[in-house]
Design a protein around this ligand. Structure first.
Ligand code: A3P
Length: 260
């Protein structure tokens, strides 16, 4: 199976896990709650890393939850067919993930006090990570050369649309007290300082030891060997596990490291 896409409001989505009906329902009917916490990213920007961090912060650094429940059930992707069902059954306070560009996000966000954490990553690294992942994922189209994929990436002709539009769209919320933005590179360079800032945004008081436990249990190595976090439990029809996995290199380019 090679991924097929449909276009919804000028953005591409993979057919096997999304539908126009679900996307419309998420945008127009889904009710965001004041106690929701959203983990939002453009794909390959550290979504699952942040998901792990937020799961661990919720448990004060205790790895019991991240080692027993798959990440897609701990923080369902609200716009996918499976994710919407899971989100609707999730007992509050909900931890939810999304790759949606801001213009397709639930309208009810505007009337809520829900918190949003937006993680962004250097687009060069996003491009390379997405290129490799598109060879592994059966949900995505197998790309041709890196050059042609770069053309598609730059023109937004990839799932979830343009990286540039995604980032500029969500950054429009900067300054809102319920919006927090951090980079993949900051998480790499200053893990403990990043935990402090995230906990402060969430109003969650963790001791230094508990924050260190979050950092340790969400490390690349620990996530790579945790089948609840490394996508190895994803059925073969969605992912060719022979070709690789989610946890590829986990590296970053030296350069811009902050949101500002
Ligand atoms: P690479 O392909 O560059 O290795 P997403 O979760 O948004 O799909 O992003 C996947 C990228 O995040 C992959 O990048 C993966 O290796 C990296 N990643 C996942 N967990 C990580 C962690 N704990 N530390 C650093 N990078 C991590």
């Amino acid at each position: 199976m090679d991924g097929e896409y449909f276009t919804h409001k000028r953005v591409l989505f993979p057919c096997s896990v999304y539908s126009p009906e679900t996307l419309s329902s998420v945008e127009n009917e889904f009710q965001v709650r004041d106690d929701d916490l959203f983990n939002i990213t453009y794909p390959k920007s550290g979504t699952n890393w942040m998901l792990e961090i937020l799961s661990l912060i919720r448990c004060e650094g205790d790895p019991g939850w991240v080692r027993s429940v798959p990440n897609w059930d701990r923080a369902p992707w609200v716009e996918s067919n499976h994710g919407l069902e899971a989100a609707l059954k999730y007992p509050p306070p909900r931890l939810l993930s999304s790759h949606l560009p801001v213009q397709l996000f639930p309208n009810s966000l505007q009337r809520s006090q829900a918190k949003i954490i937006y993680t962004l990553r250097c687009p060069k690294d996003v491009l390379v990570s997405l290129y490799h992942f598109s060879h592994i994922s059966r949900v995505f189209k197998t790309p041709g050369s890196l050059d042609s994929f770069l053309e598609d990436f730059l023109s937004g002709n990839v799932p979830y649309g343009s990286w540039f539009h995604h980032v500029t769209g969500w950054m429009g919320l900067k300054g809102n007290k319920n919006f927090f933005c951090i980079t993949y590179e900051e998480l790499q360079q200053d893990p403990l300082g990043s935990m402090q800032r995230i906990c402060c945004f969430l109003g969650k008081e963790l001791s230094v030891e508990q924050m260190a436990a979050v950092v340790k249990n969400a490390s690349f190595q620990n996530m790579k060997t945790n089948e609840m976090s490394n996508f190895s439990l994803i059925p073969d029809k969605y992912m060719d596990h022979q070709k690789g996995g989610l946890m590829r290199k986990g590296e970053f380019r030296v350069g811009t490291t902050e949101c500002d």
